[in-house]
Ligand binder design. Structure first.
Ligand SMILES: O=C(O)[C@H](O)COP(=O)(O)O
Length: 229
């Protein structure tokens, strides 16, 4: 039996301001830093340690993992950062306040944008300042890989190769793995590895900075999962 630890980043400044974030590189709030440190302390208290860590290329997730590894005195382990673990790209919603968006478009539409796996938020255009193609960290992506908007199914399509080609081989080599990512990239990952239905994934809400333990069998199917307390 292998234990895989998944964790969503701590509260970000825009989580706190209730704004759609997506690929915007927003920092952790003070609360977010504290949540991440506490998550590290909790993992330490339960005797966890890791051989390898994976995270996105967004600082709220990178810093959360860093805090955790610092608390475990494990800052030295290899950490791979990949755009494939980024939050879902929220298109033209990025930067908007979620409550104001509900007032403008209605609760039903906003719920669909947020939780329907097949609903696409309004797209940006490549001349938009929010276009990731303007950001150096994405310079090796093809134009097809750079999103203008994304639904959860598309997020799953880009998370999946990272799971299959990078994380799975590490688990098969018996390495102890922690993945620190985002609400929707983790939902996408779970949809794939646990074969969740659209309805199940729609109802899946992942709290910030709470270690989520997945016990896996030899085929890497989840036997059980729980949040560490
Ligand atoms: O990108 C965001 O705004 C959040 O990290 C996730 O938002 P959601 O819960 O509205 O999908």
């Amino acid at each position: 039996m292998q234990k895989l630890v998944l964790i969503r980043h701590g509260e970000s400044v825009w989580n706190n301001e209730n704004r759609f974030t997506g690929w915007t590189d927003v920092d952790l709030s003070h609360t977010g830093h504290m949540q991440a440190i506490n998550a590290g302390k909790l993992l330490a208290k339960h005797g966890y340690n890791f051989d390898v860590g994976y995270t996105s290329v967004l600082k709220r997730s990178i810093k959360t993992l860093h805090h955790i590894l610092e608390e475990l005195d494990h800052l030295w382990i290899p950490v791979t950062k990949s755009w494939r673990l980024n939050e879902r790209f929220y298109g033209a919603l990025q930067g908007l306040n979620k409550e104001e968006t509900i007032q403008k478009y209605g609760a039903e539409q906003v719920h669909k944008w947020r939780r329907d796996p097949n609903e696409l938020p309004p797209a940006i255009k490549p001349d938009d300042d929010r276009y990731p193609g303007k950001d150096l960290r994405y310079c090796n992506l093809t134009s097809r890989e750079i999103p203008l908007t994304e639904n959860l199914s598309e997020t799953m399509q880009r998370v999946m190769p990272f799971w299959v080609e990078t994380i799975v081989p590490a688990i098969r080599e018996n390495r102890k793995v922690i993945v620190c990512a985002h609400g929707n990239s983790l939902r996408a990952l779970l949809k794939y590895i646990d074969n969740l239905s659209d309805e199940e994934v729609t109802n899946l809400e992942i709290p910030t900075a709470t270690p989520w333990i997945h016990e896996l069998d030899d085929e890497l199917n989840t036997i059980r999962h729980y949040y560490l307390e």
